[in-house]
Design a protein around this ligand. Structure first.
Ligand SMILES: *[C@@H]1O[C@H](CO)[C@@H](O)[C@H](O)[C@H]1NC(C)=O
Ligand SMILES: *[C@@H]1O[C@H](CO)[C@@H](O)[C@H](O)[C@H]1NC(C)=O
Ligand SMILES: *[C@@H]1O[C@H](CO)[C@@H](O)[C@H](O)[C@H]1NC(C)=O
Ligand SMILES: *[C@@H]1O[C@H](CO)[C@@H](O)[C@H](O)[C@H]1NC(C)=O
Length: 521
């Protein structure tokens, strides 16, 4: 793997294409085995730093997807009977294996998605924390019990698996998001069909190998690949009980509507527009460093990227400072150690971002740092966009309304905290927001009045650790139960309540059937 990284960083595009060949195919994963697809529809998998084809991803056929679901159905019969301790121990082993292979997993992400190696490691680690959370299933899956709820009567509840579940995951966190899903679904006794992003499925396949090594039995988790057809297959298949989705708005709404119409439980995390409010009393250096990292890290391809900075009052004097910090960021291929910003996932993603920067200029904003013409020496074909800062942004502008998903920071200036709160509450999305201040009273006012699911106080990307749930709200989420935390396991289980009655007196010969609805005392 490392030698391949070295090869790619030194060879020209033409020769490395020959060296790697474009014939390598990504396999399906069914019954714990890699399976070559028989499809005739293939998607090129490219390295975003060079745009050369590194493998081909199949669009699985209907029969192959059906086989994956059948395999999950078969496996469910015995997996649901395993003890909680067995499943929990499997997760313990899985977490150790992921930690063992952390570097390899991260390298695969960097090659297929482009982000820097430390960022890719972060992707794996944040997923690993959900595996660790799954290790406390015995506590998380506890039911409730109430003896003597009525005379001689007790009621208790059980959290039971729901059956075959499905996960559809986005390109931007190819390890973390599958790990939000299958460990929790499996530890609750379900089986799962995963459909990773067709743009970077490699690391998900590596996780499947590790799950097998950890002792996950055949068929308990299967992988299919594809685009629209596979998504619709999952929404329509009658044997799939629940769908977890993370990705774009359009896909998320479609999956929610189509899946729930077919009677499935759906949790759907979608688009975002996250605002960071900078108060004049904030600690200047820390705030500007955090803001720079949260806006430009992962080239802005995070739904939790802090893409809109709201400078309140006097804090606007710091705008030149953030400009200086952004100018110093190094744009280069993800596998070089001093890179800050890697390429975007695809030429289409790059063109979209360039279009949004253009629209800002046309609509009267000031692009004070323009990364549109960014070229990385030796990688002229890569999807690079340099750090970009747009000031004078108004809520009516396209660059404000759309989720940019690139290394672009929009700056809005307001006079007061309440104006900032108003602005944020009017935005349709409710994924995350942050305030930078040294004043507890300001922070509390913000927390109380802001209508967003995840709030950071001096924390730019307030994604909670898995003891809590990921609580994006409003336009950022549809469904009933959030991802991970207690809600995550509630999503993957159904409640059953048992009410039992053991009469203390023996029935007397005079006892008669009582036909009135029991009032229970
Ligand atoms: C799982 O347990 C149920 C109920 O005890 C039983 O009917 C079923 O046969 C078991 N499945 C397997 C594969 O052992
Ligand atoms: C339930 O009530 C009975 C008396 O009706 C009592 O003897 C028993 O201890 C109670 N059980 C619990 C667990 O409270
Ligand atoms: C990533 O992992 C997959 C699955 O193991 C493998 O087929 C692929 O070659 C790896 N990609 C790179 C760029 O190393
Ligand atoms: C918010 O951001 C996260 C993390 O980047 C992303 O996965 C998710 O889809 C977004 N939407 C919601 C509902 O929070």
């Amino acid at each position: 793997m490392l030698s391949r990284l070295a090869v790619l960083s030194t060879r020209s595009i033409a020769t490395s294409r020959v060296a790697l060949g474009s014939q390598e195919t990504v396999k399906l994963w069914i019954d714990n085995k890699p399976v070559e697809s028989k499809t005739n529809k293939w998607i090129d998998l490219t390295n975003p730093a060079t745009n050369e084809v590194i493998a081909r991803v199949p669009q699985a056929t209907q029969q192959e997807m059906q086989a994956a679901v059948e395999s999950c159905k078969r496996a469910f019969h015995s997996w649901k009977n395993t003890s909680i301790l067995t499943r929990q121990q499997t997760m313990f082993t899985l977490q150790a294996l992921i930690r063992r292979d952390l570097k390899k997993l991260a390298e695969n992400i960097t090659m297929e998605l482009g982000k820097t190696l430390p960022d890719s490691e972060g992707d794996v680690i944040r997923g690993l924390q959900v595996v660790e959370h799954a290790c406390s299933a015995a506590t998380l899956l506890l039911g409730e019990t109430m003896p003597n709820i009525s005379k001689d009567m007790d009621t208790y509840s059980l959290r039971l698996p729901i059956g075959v579940t499905a996960g559809i995951t986005p390109f931007n966190f190819p390890a973390m998001i599958p790990l939000w899903m299958f460990p929790l679904s499996l530890v609750a006794g379900n089986t799962m069909v995963l459909k990773p992003s067709e743009q970077d499925p490699g690391v998900c396949m590596m996780l499947m190998e590790l799950a097998k090594e950890a002792g996950v039995p055949d068929g308990v988790v299967n992988v299919v690949h594809g685009t629209h057809d596979s998504v619709n297959f999952i929404c329509d298949n009658p044997d799939i009980q629940a769908i977890s989705f993370v990705g774009s708005d359009q896909a998320g709404k479609h999956i929610y509507t189509r899946g729930s119409k077919n009677g499935k439980r759906v949790q759907s995390n979608m688009g975002a527009k996250n605002h960071g409010v900078i108060m004049p009393d904030a600690n200047k250096e820390t705030t500007l460093n955090q803001l720079t990292a949260a806006a430009f890290g992962a080239a802005g391809q995070r739904c939790m990227a802090l893409t809109t900075a709201v400078f309140v009052g006097e804090s606007r004097k710091w705008i030149p400072d953030i400009l200086e910090k952004a100018k110093k960021l190094r744009v280069d291929v993800g596998w070089k150690p001093d890179t800050d910003i890697g390429p975007l996932i695809s030429p289409a993603a790059k063109n979209r971002v360039l279009g949004l920067i253009k629209s800002a200029k046309k609509e009267g904003a000031n692009v004070i740092l323009d990364g549109s013409n960014c070229v990385v020496k030796g990688f002229e074909n890569g999807n690079f966009v340099g750090p970009t800062i747009i000031t004078g942004v108004k809520p009516s502008m396209t660059c404000y309304k759309e989720e940019i998903f690139g290394p672009v920071l929009c700056i809005v200036e307001v006079e007061t905290l309440d104006e900032a709160i108003d602005l944020i509450n009017r935005n349709p999305y409710g994924n995350g927001t942050a305030i930078f201040t040294t004043n507890g009273i300001t922070a509390r006012r913000f927390t109380n009045l802001i209508d967003v699911g995840q709030v950071g106080i001096n924390v730019p990307i307030p994604v909670p650790l898995p003891t809590f749930s990921f609580t994006g709200s409003r336009g950022s989420f549809i469904g009933d139960q959030n991802f991970y935390g207690k809600a995550g396991l509630n999503f993957y289980t159904q409640l059953k309540t048992v009410t039992q009655f053991w009469r203390s007196e023996d029935a007397s010969p005079e006892a008669k059937p009582q036909l009135a609805f029991p009032q229970l005392k």
